[in-house]
Ligand binder design. Structure first.
Ligand code: HEM
Length: 567
């Protein structure tokens, strides 16, 4: 039997472990003087977590330490922090933020997340790339997001918003309050399935839809193991790379690979084309870039494999799902808490619809500017990504200071802290869309409000993001009045286990159907709701839309939208 006595095997093992821990401790202690030796102040790190212990124990959300330390060290231009032993510079000063994101972007081109390789084939996508690879792919994907292309994608989103309203009608007819967090998750996942993957996932009718389930699992890993592995890939990418382990389970990986392969095969074998994001990826795989007028340009020297197609379809999920879902969800929450703003939004929708004969056209939704202001204000209070992050890719001397940022250093920009700072946005808790009127928006510092990021790496899907968050909202508001249900926490807390700024506790809403103009006017704080400028069809359409029709699940087969497997 192994003995713990001096000289025994376990004893020797314990001594080796103790020795390693001691060396590690001393090494970390040494690392923890990194910022002070450069004259940068910051919170005291704790061995071995640095400043993120509460994140790892899931007590606080991933970006919370950067938000907290912004307010603690607001008088300074930046704060020196640590994730484990890795120095992170958190930027407080908006002008320094501007240098990092825009003016001197060439020094900070990377997001700094581990990507690709054997450990993680689904992560080799645009968001995670940097350097020339990123620049080339971004240029090739950009045509997908032009206004012309978005217009061709629009009917897909519009149909899904109709399905969302039918689902709401059903719940309403059962007299239930509505969980809008769940609704927006389903609605957005349908869009990702349809626009990103070219499939119909049927999540409204089938709560066990595999696409919905797997997609959800991708964001909220079930076990602590996957949560930890994902955090490691983000926080310590170099170390993670050495471990050579997968960030996503085989089940999720195989599911998405098979799905994409089947869709691509189907389209190629049947010479079938569809105006969606998947089509752009298939064209890239075939060495083509098709512009918005349909002109095909052939690209050479740009290999794009099936793995790249799958990874970049996942990009749509990664970048477009939680961001749009949480924005829509929080917008509903704030509108339920602010009836006068809700009413103003409803008036705008009805005014614009009257002009467009009651049709929710692409142009009509574009004209609903007050709704955009509501979304802008929502993303000020609850930016889906609470902080931006960059890795320094070339040594950088911060102008007018003694600080040199070394290559490899992570730089964080705590966006939500800027957006909730009373010196930047007075009365930050107040929900006030007027902050984002055209005139007011034009006066903003470029880094004062950045829910979509800023500079050359700014969100590529910004306009699609607005459309996704907007469409369900603009179809619900003319039909239903939103009132907060007592199950919704007020104020809302941020969920600690989510990377995104997600509500901790779902957003529950009571609906009241708007049957007549007078009823709506009762609730109004100003004039009547339906502006009588359009032809009779508007009224008829509104009457149709406000009719309470009890729906049964599967009462009518859903229209087929995608081609490929239904999952
Ligand atoms: C309300 C919705 C959305 C919000 C708030 C949002 C926000 C963001 C943010 C903060 C970034 C990082 C920017 C930076 O580092 O400076 C980003 C990047 C990105 N987003 Fe969005 N996003 C939204 C919707 C979408 C949608 C629907 C897509 C469609 C695919 C999309 C595609 C992308 C891509 C491709 C990037 C990476 C750009 C790059 O690294 O070059 N986003 N987004």
């Amino acid at each position: 039997m192994a003995s713990l006595a001096p000289g025994g095997v376990l004893g020797e093992l314990a001594a080796v472990v103790l020795f390693c821990l001691a060396v590690m401790y001393l090494w970390f202690r040494h690392r923890y003087s990194y910022w002070s030796s450069r004259g940068v102040e910051g919170p005291k790190p704790v061995f071995p977590f640095g400043n993120i212990r509460d994140v790892l124990t899931r007590k606080t959300q991933f970006f919370q330490p950067y938000t907290d330390n912004y307010f603690r060290y607001k008088h300074l231009p930046y704060v020196g922090m640590y994730t484990f032993n890795r120095p992170v510079l958190s930027i407080n000063d908006l002008d320094v933020a501007k240098l990092v994101l825009i003016k001197d972007f060439e020094y900070f081109q990377a997001h700094g997340i581990f990507s690709g390789g054997t450990g993680d084939p689904l992560a080799g996508h645009l968001f995670n790339m940097h350097g020339k690879e990123w620049k080339d792919l971004r240029a090739k994907m950009s045509p997908t997001f032009t206004s012309g292309k978005l217009k061709t994608l629009y009917p897909l989103v519009n149909n899904i918003a109709d399905d969302a309203v039918k689902y709401i009608d059903l719940l309403y007819s059962n007299g239930e309050p509505i969980n809008f967090s769940e609704l927006y998750a389903k609605y957005t996942m349908e869009i990702i399935g349809s626009v990103g993957f070219g499939i119909e996932c049927n999540g409204f009718k089938n709560p066990n839809s595999e696409f919905y389930r797997r997609g959800h699992e991708y964001f909220e890993p079930k076990s602590m193991y996957w949560t930890f592995v994902r955090a490691l890939a983000f926080i310590a990418p170099d170390f993670y790379k050495k471990l050579g382990i997968k960030r996503i389970s085989n089940e999720i990986l195989n599911f998405f690979f098979d799905l994409v392969r089947q869709t691509v095969d189907y389209r190629q074998n049947n010479d079938y084309k569809r105006n969606d994001f998947m089509q752009t990826l298939i064209e890239l795989k075939n060495g083509q870039v098709v512009d918005e007028k349909g002109k095909v340009n052939y690209v050479h020297g740009f290999p794009f494999s099936m793995t790249d197609v799958t990874a970049n379809a996942m990009l749509y999920m990664f970048a477009g799902y939680e961001t749009s879902a949480t924005t829509g969800n929080f917008a509903v929450y704030e509108l339920a808490l602010n009836p006068h703003i809700q009413q103003k939004a409803r008036q705008e929708i009805n005014r614009v619809l009257a002009k467009y004969n009651g049709e929710y056209t692409f142009e009509a939704q574009n004209e609903m500017e007050y709704i955009n202001m509501i979304l802008d204000e929502t993303m000020r209070k609850y930016p889906p990504m609470r902080a931006l992050f960059r890795r320094c890719t070339r040594e950088y001397k911060v102008p007018n200071t003694d600080l040199t940022i070394e290559k490899g250093t992570m730089v964080f920009l705590p966006v939500q802290a800027y957006q909730m700072d009373p010196e930047i946005f007075p009365e930050p808790e107040k929900f006030d869309p007027e902050r984002f009127s055209k005139e007011n928006k034009a006066k903003l510092h470029p880094c004062q409000w950045m829910p979509f990021g800023e500079g050359p790496r700014m969100c590529l899907g910004l306009r699609q993001g607005y459309i996704q968050s907007k469409m369900a909202l603009v179809k619900i508001l003319p039909k239903y009045e939103l009132r907060i249900n007592e199950k919704s926490p007020v104020p809302m807390k941020i969920k600690a286990s989510s990377y995104a700024c997600a509500a901790d506790g779902d957003v529950w809403i009571n609906l009241k159907e708007i049957r007549h103009q007078a009823e709506a006017a009762d609730f109004s704080c100003s004039k009547a709701i339906f502006v009588r400028v359009g032809p009779a069809v508007v009224e008829a359409d509104l009457a149709q839309r406000t009719r309470r029709v009890p729906l049964r699940p599967n009462a009518r087969a859903p229209p087929k939208r995608g081609h490929g497997p239904n999952v």
